[in-house]
Write a protein that binds this ligand. Structure first.
Ligand code: MG
Length: 124
C-alpha cells in the first residue's frame, strides 16, 4: 500500500530527476521502493516478471506486423517494465545496475575487439 511517506519520497525523486540525468543506481534505489514481493520469492519473482514483460514487448512488435502500426509509446512502457524487473533482480542478487551495465559493455567491447560479436555461446 502506498502511503504519504512514499508519495513524499516520489516527489523527492521527481525533483532530483528534473535537475540532472537519472543514473542507473538512482533508478534502482527508487524502483526498490515499489518492490513489494516477499523476500522468499527473491530472484524468482523478478525473473518471471522479466520474462513476462519481455513477452509484452514482443507482443507489441508482433502487433506492428499484424496491424501495420507501431505503438512506440506502448513498447517504451513495456521496456520500462523490463527495466524495473532488472532493477529488482539486481537488488535481490546484491548487484548494482551500474556495475551490471558496465560489465555488459566490457563483455561486448571485448567481443568486438576479438571479432566475436557474431556467433553463439555465452563464453565467446
Ligand atoms: Mg508491462
Amino acid at each position: 500500500m502506498i502511503n504519504e511517506t512514499d508519495l513524499e519520497a516520489f516527489g523527492y525523486w521527481q525533483e532530483q530527476w528534473k535537475s540532472k540525468p537519472l543514473d542507473l543506481n538512482s533508478y534502482q534505489k527508487a524502483a526498490e521502493r515499489t518492490a513489494i514481493y516477499s523476500t522468499k520469492h527473491a530472484v524468482l519473482y523478478p525473473a518471471l516478471g522479466l520474462a513476462g514483460e519481455a513477452g509484452e514487448v514482443a507482443n507489441k512488435v508482433k502487433k506492428m506486423m499484424r496491424d501495420g502500426e507501431f505503438d512506440k509509446e506502448g513498447v517504451k512502457q513495456e521496456l520500462g517494465d523490463c527495466l524495473w524487473y532488472i532493477a529488482a533482480m539486481s537488488r535481490d542478487l546484491n548487484v548494482s545496475m551500474a556495475d551490471l551495465a558496465m560489465s555488459n559493455l566490457e563483455k561486448l567491447l571485448d567481443r568486438k575487439s576479438r571479432g566475436t560479436l557474431k556467433g553463439n555461446g555465452d563464453k565467446r
